[in-house]
Ligand binder design. Structure first.
Ligand SMILES: NC(=O)c1ccc[n+]([C@@H]2O[C@H](COP(=O)([O-])OP(=O)(O)OC[C@H]3O[C@@H](n4cnc5c(N)ncnc54)[C@H](O)[C@@H]3O)[C@@H](O)[C@H]2O)c1
Length: 412
């Protein structure tokens, strides 16, 4: 018996490799032909899985675009994207398409688990009816559960094995089945009573981060106006050994999770005549943070008698966080767009992002980006970048991440 994974991105691929490394046969399905071809040739599209690690499991890991190949698997884990539409409403398109495909392959006694982040009620309200078009009954003929992925791309101190995994089945037997499968790759299982509890627990984790980031971003703006060093404030507060969790200010929120997931819940809340104020407010504060960063750029240039128009600005780090090449929803994109609107001449350096096709920009080496720059702006602080060199070479540095505080650069 083997494990099927649907959606081979930041979540699905590490899961596929983890099961293969634990000795399971794995069949990975993705709609992206190019991705399937690359994986089959041992080329990994994500930083967390090296080509060597992928190649080492190719004997037991097979990749395909054909969901029908999942028919004989013991379990199918669904890890497809759950984005927002242009109107910032949940877009269940990829998830419903994947589920429809599974309705044609699901068989008796199989286990299906949804891992994609989504609003409470998705598993029961959207997956069950589609899967039951197979003629089989969820929770009776086949098992169904929700188990949120907790992967944090770029993180190495916690792995799939050491991060506790929440599992909520449609029935207690479904939860047991899912826990037994995940128990092969996770040391700690956290069974909960329903899929809805599991779905909402994942959203709580993400909303917790979003709200706290917004709080500290707002305080950073106030501290700026009051001429108080927010970094020193946070360092001092963080010495409290209880009742305080450190969050740092920055250019805003990026990635596939924090700028997207909370709005799945605020959208769903409206159906219950409920306005999720914290979520909306945090989104508003975090989305406006790039504008504050651009104001800081204007002030930095103004201090040396330069307008933004015609200024050469080196943007350092365009991925949404350190050590990854993912630019989805990255605040750097917004900052570049706003600075270009104001007439700035932008170059960027990011060791993980060779080009920004959507902005028609190609990355350059660090020294090339700094060459003749009026200002360097550290938007995402990849640890591999030599910030000593940045501060030494650039006439001015604006650091949105607090990395160069000890070097005397201008901070957020
Ligand atoms: N990236 C993260 O850090 C993270 C962390 C926790 C949870 N999540 C959640 O996990 C889910 C997946 O996120 P991701 O970052 O891995 O996305 P991703 O874009 O990296 O990967 C998704 C993959 O699914 C494929 N796909 C799309 N539609 C499909 C379909 N109908 N059938 C088969 N494959 C399909 C895409 O081609 C892509 O390769 C999302 O719901 C996300 O919110 C992501």
């Amino acid at each position: 018996m083997s494990i099927g994974i649907v959606g081979l991105g930041y979540v699905g691929l590490p899961l596929a490799v983890a099961f293969a490394e634990a000795g399971e046969e794995v069949i990975g399905v993705d709609v992206d032909h190019g991705r399937v071809a690359a994986l089959t040739q041992g080329r990994s599209p994500i930083e967390d899985i090296s080509d060597e690690r992928l190649q080492a499991v190719l004997g037991s890991c097979r990749f395909t675009t054909r969901p029908v190949e999942l028919h004989e698997t013991e379990a199918i884990l669904v890890c497809v994207p759950t984005p927002l539409t242009r109107n910032r409403e949940p877009d269940l398109g990829p998830l419903l398409a994947a589920t429809r495909a599974l309705a044609d392959v699901v068989r008796r006694d199989q286990l299906i688990v949804l891992e994609s982040t989504t609003f409470p009620g998705t598993t029961r309200g959207h997956l069950v009816p589609l899967l039951e078009e197979s003629g089989l009954r969820a929770g009776e003929d086949f098992a169904l559960a929700f188990s949120p992925e907790r992967v944090d791309p770029g993180r190495t101190d916690y792995t799939i094995r050491t991060t506790p995994k929440v599992v909520g089945g449609l029935t207690p037997r479904c939860t047991e089945r899912a826990a037994a499968v995940y128990g092969r790759i996770c040391d700690h299982l956290v069974p909960v009573s329903t899929p809805e509890v599991a779905e909402l627990s994942k959203l709580l984790e993400n909303i917790f981060r979003s709200v706290n980031i917004a709080l500290v971003n707002e305080l950073a703006r106030l501290a700026d106006r009051m001429d108080i060093d927010i970094w020193e404030v946070i360092d001092a507060a963080a010495t409290k050994p209880f009742g305080f969790t450190r969050f740092n200010p920055g250019p805003g929120m990026g990635g596939h999770c924090l700028p997207v997931d909370p709005f799945y819940l605020s959208w769903k809340a409206r159906e219950y005549d409920f306005s999720a104020e914290f979520i909306e407010l945090a989104g508003k504060v975090n989305q406006s943070q790039p504008y504050f960063c651009v104001e800081k750029v204007e002030r930095a240039l103004n201090a040396v008698g330069k307008p933004v128009r015609g200024a050469k600005i080196a943007i350092l780090g365009v991925a949404y966080k350190p050590e990854v090449g993912d630019t989805r929803e990255s605040p750097a994109l917004k900052i570049i767009e706003l600075l270009r609107e104001r007439g700035a001449d932008i170059a960027y350096h990011d060791p993980h992002v060779p080009e920004l096709t959507e902005l028609g920009l190609a990355g350059t080496g660090l020294e090339d980006a700094l060459e003749n720059a009026d200002l360097a702006v550290i938007v995402t602080a990849h640890p591999s970048v030599d910030y000593g060199l940045v501060v030494a070479r650039a006439p001015q540095v604006l650091d949105l991440r607090g990395t160069t505080r000890h070097l005397g650069a201008l901070q957020l």
